[in-house]
Design a binder for this molecule. Structure first.
Ligand SMILES: Cc1cc2nc3c(=O)[nH]c(=O)nc-3n(C[C@H](O)[C@H](O)[C@H](O)COP(=O)(O)O)c2cc1C
Length: 157
């Protein structure tokens, strides 16, 4: 059985919810939440966060420092910000790219920009085993589960 780590960032909890659903379906995996010390909530925060993502900035992150090289596969999960990944996931990927043996990506978004964000992620860690995106209307548990099952079938094959 593959040893899997899910490393995720979530500001308002939607990506976290998907990650929890993936964790439950996988049964055995470890989860690492990445915290961004510079992300802000509110309308000013929204603009600032979006700009930081668009400019492809890195940020100060806190993780529990699990070593990605100890896993066969690292699932990287992030919301889409300004058609890009979040600065927190970017920082994590840049920091650990040499320790990630194989990757898979999960994104949540409102409606679009996920394709561009996936491309940017691939530029950092290379081609993922599989990717899956959830738009706002696909976040409902039953709808999400179908996509999660397909994703897990691929990444555990
Ligand atoms: C700063 C910012 C920028 C965003 N940019 C996009 C975008 O370009 N495209 C999109 O579909 N959704 C965008 N969204 C919506 C989020 O991707 C979406 O709500 C996501 O599911 C939130 O995940 P979270 O709850 O884990 O933080 C943006 C949200 C924020 C806060």
């Amino acid at each position: 059985m593959k040893k899997i780590l899910i490393a995720y960032y979530s500001l308002s909890g939607k990506t976290r919810k998907i990650v929890e659903q993936v964790e439950k379906t996988l049964e055995e995996c470890e989860v690492e939440e990445i915290k961004d010390l510079n992300a802000r909530r509110g309308i000013i925060g929204f603009i600032r966060n979006g700009r930081r993502a668009m400019k492809e900035k890195q940020t100060d992150i806190i993780t529990s420092e699990k070593n990605p090289s100890e896993y066969d596969l690292v699932i990287l999960a992030s919301p889409v910000w300004a058609a890009n990944m979040t600065p927190a996931i970017r920082t994590y990927m840049e920091r650990y790219k040499d320790k990630i043996k194989a990757s898979a990506f999960i994104l949540t978004c409102g409606s679009s920009g996920d394709d561009k964000a996936l491309e940017k992620m691939e530029n950092i860690v290379g081609t993922p085993v599989d990717t899956v995106t959830f738009s706002a209307k696909e976040l409902k548990q039953e709808t999400a589960q179908k996509k999660i099952n397909k994703f897990i079938e691929k990444i555990t094959a």
